[in-house]
Design a protein around this ligand. Structure first.
Ligand code: M6R
Length: 365
């Protein structure tokens, strides 16, 4: 039931404060300010040699954000690949390895095949899935459910931010168990994560501005998305979301890769969406924006008040989100990115919930 929404996608975007709150409640104990993972994990964080993550599409981008978290917060190296590559790569896997599979449906053929490969190689298997009765959930050693509820729109939105929420809790738990984070660090991160539902609700209030901005995007032939650090996977996600539902060509790039090729595309007709919270890599992203501006590219900057103030470039539009700790930015910055794709698709008149050529669950390779 779509309720008062025109599309399931819109409804699912708007459900995010609530479903992320439910998901975080599953993995955090707000009374103690600690993470609360299932008691019996089929591996020991302290002796883990490496984590391998495999997934497809949007779920892969959630995994890519998690790589930054696990490496930074828990000092575990993470190998991540799209499942269709991973399954045929014959990757050598470590003795004490954890393999994480991220999937909304839990039925994606390539992700399942990667799981079976890792199992045969003696890895501990964790599944971050939305459908807990799925094959991937059944075959995993531990299931970490995302509590997004049924996702009907083919474009993944709330499943993505719930995957991120789950993976963030996992990375914080790993960091604490490995002694990289102190009790105080853990508590600070848990309080930051607890703010997500409120911040997500604030991000949704930017919808009228984004709806107006979508008119500009709808006129473009190509759109470039840039980001650094954990905003890089969001740039990839923004581009995927736009192509999948509006059929406008889009590319996501790590901002630093701009001068290694894509900068040649930039002219006055090219919108460049820059995802840049005022974090430790912000200044680097500003220099990339200057390169875009110098070539007449039309910058759409998604940032916070400090970023808007410090960005010394002319953006055609600046979307200003509230300030927040770096660990929570991916879950919140996803929202304007989703809304931009959604409203562009509505203007283009495409079938938003059932885009052409796509299936909700890809059960063949
Ligand atoms: O069910 P899964 O999460 O395994 O599906 C993975 C991808 O097929 C999925 O995320 C796809 O990329 C979406 N249509 C993106 O919006």
């Amino acid at each position: 039931d779509r309720g008062n929404y025109r599309h399931f996608m819109a409804k699912e975007i708007h459900e995010q404060p609530e479903v992320m709150s439910r998901t975080l409640g599953q993995y955090l104990d707000f009374t103690t300010g600690r993470t609360a993972l299932p008691a019996q994990l089929p591996f020991d964080w302290k002796t883990l040699d490496r984590i391998s993550i495999s997934a497809c599409g949007t779920a892969y981008y959630a995994g890519l954000v998690a790589k930054y978290w696990f490496e930074r917060l828990a000092r575990i190296s993470v190998d991540i690949d799209v499942a269709s590559e991973f399954r045929y790569r014959e990757a050598p896997l470590p003795q004490n390895g954890l393999a994480i599979f991220v999937s909304q449906s839990g039925e994606t053929a390539d992700t399942l095949a990667s799981l079976r490969y890792c199992k045969a190689q003696g890895q501990a298997i964790a599944a971050v899935v939305n459908v807990t009765t799925s094959t991937i959930a059944r075959e995993a050693d531990v299931v970490l459910p995302t509590m997004a509820g049924p996702e009907i729109g083919v474009a993944s939105t709330k499943a993505f931010t719930c995957q991120l929420s789950t993976l963030a809790c996992l990375a914080v738990a790993a960091g604490r168990a490995r002694g990289v984070l102190t009790d105080a660090d853990e508590q600070a991160l848990v309080s930051a994560l607890a703010e997500i539902p409120r911040l997500a609700a604030q991000a949704l209030r930017l919808e009228p501005q984004i709806e107006r901005l979508a008119k500009t995007i709808a006129k473009a032939r190509d759109v470039l998305y840039l980001g650094r650090g954990t905003s890089y996977p969001l740039a990839l996600e923004g581009a995927l979301k736009l192509k999948e539902i509006s059929y406008i060509h889009a590319e996501g790039y790590a901002a630093g890769e701009l001068k290694h090729g894509p900068i040649a595309l930039i002219d006055e007709t090219m919108p460049v969406v820059v995802i840049a919270p005022h974090d430790r890599v912000f200044d680097k992203t500003v220099s990339n924006m200057q390169e875009v501006a110098a070539r007449g590219g039309r910058i759409i900057l998604i940032t916070d008040a400090a970023g808007a103030e410090a960005a010394t470039v002319d953006a055609v539009e600046t979307i200003v989100l509230p300030a927040m700790p770096a660990t929570v930015t991916p879950m919140i910055y996803a929202i304007p990115v989703q809304l931009l794709a959604y409203h562009t698709a509505v203007i283009m008149g495409t079938d938003v919930d059932q885009p052409r050529n796509l299936a909700k669950s890809v059960t063949v390779e």
